[in-house]
Design a protein around this ligand. Structure first.
Ligand SMILES: [Zn+2]
Ligand SMILES: [Zn+2]
Length: 236
């Protein structure tokens, strides 16, 4: 796992083989966005210590959606710190994360052919234990980190996909609604409803984000809104 500093002292990407976890550092508490595949907890704790902070400062885990590479370690990390960690997810994906509803597979009908091939070549991920969701989120909800985050519902990748936007520092966490791989900002792959995912991409492009970080790929540290607008314009 590789730790990349995005905003010094504030925002770090913890990059795993599959998918990214983000750590937001406020002065006396920490927030994690996504949790990696099952079994990532010890590596995340070690990365936090490596930054001179303490896993005991973690107060919330925000899940961008229900997929295994994002929620895999939510049960484990949600159990840190004797009940002080709140696990949050959009209300439409919360039942899947809890194990009360099945994970629905992507629909490839209107996706480019290469997406189906990528799906077929995808490695099997470790089984995900059901996780507690303490707070069910909806569009426009406020979450108390980074000077006040806002929930932006971005359905399409999954029904309950959520992005998180910090209007103060203008930082956007897109989850898998958008990817930024090999220098290309693009609609995320493996969508339940591609048309809705495209609408969601346009919504994110309408925010005035300076920094954007993605479920998969490299962070954009300036001019994110322009990159998102270009991606939206390119996507049909
Ligand atoms: Zn996903
Ligand atoms: Zn993903």
């Amino acid at each position: 796992m590789e730790t990349i500093e995005i905003l010094p002292g504030r925002l770090y990407q913890l990059g795993f083989e599959i998918g990214c976890v983000y750590l937001w550092c406020d002065p006396v508490e920490l927030t994690l966005i996504d949790t990696g595949v099952a079994g990532s907890g010890p590596a995340i704790a070690e990365a936090i210590r490596g930054l001179g902070r303490d896993p005991g400062e973690l107060r919330r885990v925000l899940l961008t959606h229900c997929h295994e590479d994002h929620t895999g370690s939510a049960a484990e990390i949600g159990g840190w710190n004797e009940g002080l960690v709140q696990v949050m997810a959009h209300r439409m994906d919360a039942p899947v994360i809890r194990g009360d509803q099945p994970m629905l597979l992507p629909v490839f009908d209107d996706a480019p052919a290469w997406e189906r091939e990528l799906w077929a070549a995808k490695p099997d991920l470790p089984a995900v234990p059901p996780a507690r969701v303490d707070v069910e989120l909806s569009e426009g909800d406020a979450v108390g980190f980074g000077g006040g985050a806002r929930v932006v519902a971005v359905p399409g990748h999954t029904d309950g996909s959520a992005a998180f936007y910090l209007p103060g520092p203008r930082v956007l966490f897109t989850g898998d609604a958008v990817a930024n791989v090999a220098g290309r900002t693009m609609l995320g792959v493996f969508n339940r409803d591609r048309a809705r995912a495209i609408e969601s991409l346009h919504r994110l492009a309408g925010l005035d984000a300076r920094v954007a970080v993605f479920g998969h790929g490299e962070p954009i540290t300036s001019g994110a809104a322009a990159a998102l607008r270009a991606a939206a314009a390119d996507t049909v």
